[in-house]
Design a protein. Structure first.
Length: 85
């Protein structure tokens, strides 16, 4: 999944204008807490797109929400609750 950033990040001498986020594997989520917080998900997202935490920390709020949504979509599909109509 390629996510174009609304606000590119200037990191060192490089401008990062998009993140290529791969689908996670079991090894990527093995050490996640049962109820991960935003920082846990951002760390996971950084691993999935090959960016270190300091780069992920520079994301705008709008881009952060988009990254969290992408990772959340990968993680969706847990056990169903309730009954289907």
């Amino acid at each position: 999944m390629v996510l174009k950033l609304k606000e590119p990040i200037l990191w060192s001498s490089e401008t990062i204008s998009e993140l290529t986020i791969r689908a996670p594997k079991a090894k990527d989520i093995r050490k996640l807490p049962e109820k991960p917080n935003t920082g846990d998900i951002l760390d996971l997202a950084g691993r999935l797109c090959g960016q270190p935490p300091p780069v992920m920390d520079e994301l705008s709020i709008e881009d952060t929400k988009a990254v969290l949504q992408v990772v959340g979509n990968f993680m969706d599909g847990g056990p169903a609750t309730g009954s289907k109509p």
